[in-house]
Write a protein that binds this ligand. Structure first.
Ligand SMILES: NC(=O)c1ccc[n+]([C@@H]2O[C@H](COP(=O)([O-])OP(=O)(O)OC[C@H]3O[C@@H](n4cnc5c(N)ncnc54)[C@H](O)[C@@H]3O)[C@@H](O)[C@H]2O)c1
Length: 446
């Protein structure tokens, strides 16, 4: 261990916000945290193994397409307190305060490699004084007990110079208003004496901090809150399968008029990395043999959902099948957990002619990621037999008008039902997902 170079007590330097903070990972989570900390006054270095992300940030560009307006990089940089650097930056690694925001999933499964690498680097660079290390990445509780002490080379339960915190994120990244500042922040530490230090950091950037009894309780909060949503969404899709002769979205709208029932819509799949991964993190965190049977059954059923969806689409399709939207969320470039990708793969496995478009991916990326041929928007709409509107990117706002103008428009399979009103009274064959029309050849709108 190198000798400590900072004589100031950590609490004092956190209180007056002069303590340098190192943020590991320049994705949405790390970069937004770094910007918030820099704006709050902390000198902040964000580290990443991705050289492109590092150089873009230092050039003043948010390296995440679609999030330019959500991450306040320009404001943070104008204060002169934010820089980006490679992950082997020795000065940043030797900081006393670290936020760990690296990815803990890859290709739909939890992974530990980036987290281990970062904690190992922090452990090797520690100066011997106090360190505060907050885990913002989504974690399994098992990792807190096993991976964290092994990677750091020290046990936060017994080493009183180590202050470990779990501070999971719950931003809705597509909304500028639902961010780390405005959303209540759950925070827990490995030992109770670390909590005041962690609060000094988080109360500087979050409007409300909810202390948890410890970091295990805080860490489990994240998978649990997403698990509720996951189970609701699986149930929604099960209802659509169970009642193929009913307009299930309409039933759900009616059910949603009850005061404590949210309104869900059946879909071609549950996308993204937070919600589909939540059951895995929740199940992995307990050492029981068959924990959470309800969750296990939902995961089994959901695992077969893409195949069922592909079969339904094939039953109503005729001719080439187009898919609009690869990203699971509108107006963002996120391929993780893409239901459209899974659908394309299953359709191709059945020998279908599949073409896919997404404005956030190049034609080459579309083919490399899905195997489907790129669909040229809007020219190729004419000539398709069926079109699955998977993701309502803003670019597709005039899709109803474009389809209605065609002599022989494809049947539209509308994942979320957003185009129903605009197509009413047109001759475009239309099937909202979850309605009987999505089971039989799509009919012109009445
Ligand atoms: N994006 C969200 O809305 C969201 C919400 C809640 C929680 N989370 C969780 O936060 C974490 C990060 O999410 P994200 O969306 O920012 O992920 P991301 O994949 O976009 O970014 C992670 C970054 O970490 C970098 N990285 C990997 N190994 C590294 C290393 N050794 N050193 C430095 N950098 C390294 C990667 O290059 C990447 O740029 C994940 O655990 C995720 O589940 C994300």
């Amino acid at each position: 261990m190198k000798p400590s170079t900072s004589p100031r007590p950590l609490a004092a330097a956190l209180k007056d916000r002069t303590e340098p903070v190192t943020v590991w990972g320049a994705g949405f989570i790390g970069l937004s945290a770094a910007c918030a900390l820099a704006e709050a006054g902390f000198p902040c270095t964000v580290l990443d193994t991705d050289a492109h992300r590092v150089s873009e940030i230092n050039a003043g560009t948010v390296p995440l397409p679609g999030f330019e307006d959500v991450i306040p990089l320009a404001a943070a940089r104008s204060a002169g307190r934010l820089r980006a650097a490679a992950a082997d930056d020795p000065e940043a690694a030797a900081a006393r305060v670290h936020l760990v925001c690296v990815n803990t999933d890859r290709d739909g499964s939890p992974v530990t490699g980036p987290l281990s690498a970062v904690l190992g680097a922090i452990g090797r660079a520690r100066t011997g004084g106090e360190s505060l290390i907050a885990l913002e990445s989504t974690i399994s509780l098992r990792w807190l007990d096993e991976l964290v002490p092994a990677a750091l080379g020290a046990d936060p339960a017994t080493d009183t110079s180590l202050h470990l915190a779990a501070a999971p994120r719950r931003d809705w990244m597509l909304s500028p208003d639902m961010n780390l500042r405005t959303l209540p922040r759950v925070l827990g530490t490995a030992r109770p004496d670390s909590l005041p230090l962690a609060r000094l950091l988080y109360e500087a950037i979050s409007q409300s901090v909810h202390p948890a009894p410890d970091w295990r309780h805080a860490g489990l909060t994240k998978p649990v809150e997403n698990l509720y949503r996951y189970l609701d969404l699986v149930l929604t899709n099960q209802l659509a399968e169970a009642y193929p002769g009913l307009d299930v979205p309409e039933v759900l709208r009616l059910a949603g008029t009850k005061w404590n029932v949210p309104t869900f819509h059946p879909s071609i799949g549950i996308g993204g990395y937070c919600i589909p991964l939540s059951p895995r993190f929740a199940v992995d965190g307990t050492d029981q043999d068959s924990p959470l049977p309800l969750v296990a059954s939902a995961m089994d059923w959901d695992g077969d959902h893409p195949a069922r969806v592909a079969e339904s689409v094939l039953r109503i399709s005729d001719g080439p099948i187009g898919i609009l939207g690869l990203s699971y969320a509108p107006d963002a470039r996120i391929v993780e957990g893409s239901p459209a990708r899974r659908l394309a793969e299953h359709l191709l496995a059945h020998g279908a002619d599949v073409r896919l478009h997404d404005p956030y991916f190049t034609p080459e990326e579309i083919t490399a990621l899905t195997g489907a041929r790129p669909l040229r928007w809007p020219d190729d709409l004419d000539g398709l037999g069926t079109l699955v509107a998977a993701t309502p990117h803003a670019l597709y706002a005039d899709l109803p008008a474009r389809l209605a103008a065609l002599d022989n428009p494809p049947a539209l399979v509308d994942n979320l039902g957003g185009y129903a009103t605009a197509l009413r009274g047109t001759t475009v064959p239309y099937a909202e997902w979850g309605t009987p029309a999505a089971r039989t050849p799509a009919a012109p709108r009445p």
